[in-house]
Design a binder for this molecule. Structure first.
Ligand SMILES: [Zn+2]
Length: 320
């Protein structure tokens, strides 16, 4: 009975989404505002993306919860602290996949001693199959004040299926696996798509993509473009890579430029492993110096959740 009702609800959502799409298409086609072919095509695309994404809203929200409810829950009791944070420039460090031993043994002491909190994006399939020891390790990260974020279930490459005919079933498989109260999501391989963004938005705050590694040896005037105004820190956001050798000069210059901005901004980073044995890894001694430098400039190294919650309090003061 419940199944029947759920599937009926989904059908109704689908019909509604198609109806909205058709009405909007009609209004676009007949609107005097639709002055150019490009504009019409852009709007048509927007409508199709929304219609396709809406089909999944009900199922995804059921699986992953509603972002608004998660915000209410996570803000509780921390309003003043988060409001204060919202007036500052923030740096969000994140680490992906399931390198629990490296994170616990090597990274955590560095973060703790430098006074930084981070976000760990983990595929839920790995959590579902985790041993008792691994679950304890995940708990230890949370107890130390860090965040566990959603990194999909299958760790699939969304770019490979989002335009295919099996999108619906593959998306469900991709996202299966509840991870509450996970507020934020990181796309495996940074592979995103506007349909996916629209599908995930009702359930998540930040959808982290990748802007690629910071490989320049020399600071560039455009590096600061990676900083996101706090008010825009929602939905798809890019992060800079720390896996490959990173120039401290570049990062320190970036931090100095960030600290000099008037309006609160956010810089996001991603990494994976921390073991020097791994070909690609975040260099921990360098990370420690980078954090110390950033903190001396007044930057706050916080979880992605705190960034999104601080932003919610600034842009939606009614959140309790
Ligand atoms: Zn990954």
């Amino acid at each position: 009975m419940l199944l029947l009702r759920t599937s009926t609800l989904r059908k109704m959502m689908y019909v509604l989404a198609v109806a909205v799409a058709m009405v909007t298409l009609y209004s676009i086609a007949t609107s005097p505002m639709a002055t150019g072919r490009n504009r019409r095509q852009a709007l048509l695309r927007q409508v199709m993306v929304k219609a396709r994404a809406a089909v999944f809203d009900v199922a995804l929200t059921k699986e992953c919860g509603k972002v608004d409810e998660k915000v209410e829950e996570l803000v509780a009791g921390r309003r003043q602290e988060l409001k204060k944070l919202g007036g500052k420039h923030m740096v969000g460090l994140s680490f992906d996949d399931f390198w629990l031993s490296e994170w616990l043994d090597d990274l955590l002491p560095v973060l703790d001693s430098a006074g930084a909190k981070a976000t760990f994006f983990v595929p839920t399939s790995r959590i579902a199959a985790a041993s008792k020891i691994e679950l304890d390790m995940l708990d230890a990260l949370v107890e130390a004040g860090h965040e566990i974020g959603h990194h999909s279930h299958t760790h699939g490459n969304a770019a490979e299926f989002v335009n295919g005919p099996a999108y619906a079933s593959l998306l469900r498989e991709y996202l299966l696996g509840e991870l509450r109260p996970s507020l934020n999501f990181a796309y495996p391989y940074g592979a995103t798509h506007e349909i996916l963004d629209a599908s995930l938005l009702p359930s998540f705050g930040l959808l982290r993509t990748t802007d690629g590694p910071l490989l320049d040896d020399m600071p560039s005037a455009t590096d600061i473009d990676a900083a996101i105004p706090l008010r825009d820190a929602a939905g798809a956001v890019g992060a800079l890579g720390l896996d490959e050798p990173v120039s401290e000069v570049v990062v320190n210059t970036l931090f100095a430029d960030l600290a000099a901005l008037d309006e609160p901004h956010v810089l996001l980073f991603y990494g994976h492993r921390t073991s020097p044995q791994a070909r690609l890894h975040v260099e921990l001694s360098k990370l420690h110096r980078i954090i110390a430098h950033g903190r001396a400039l007044g930057l706050e190294f916080v979880t992605f959740a705190d960034i999104y919650l601080a932003r919610s309090l600034r842009t939606r003061p009614t959140v309790q």
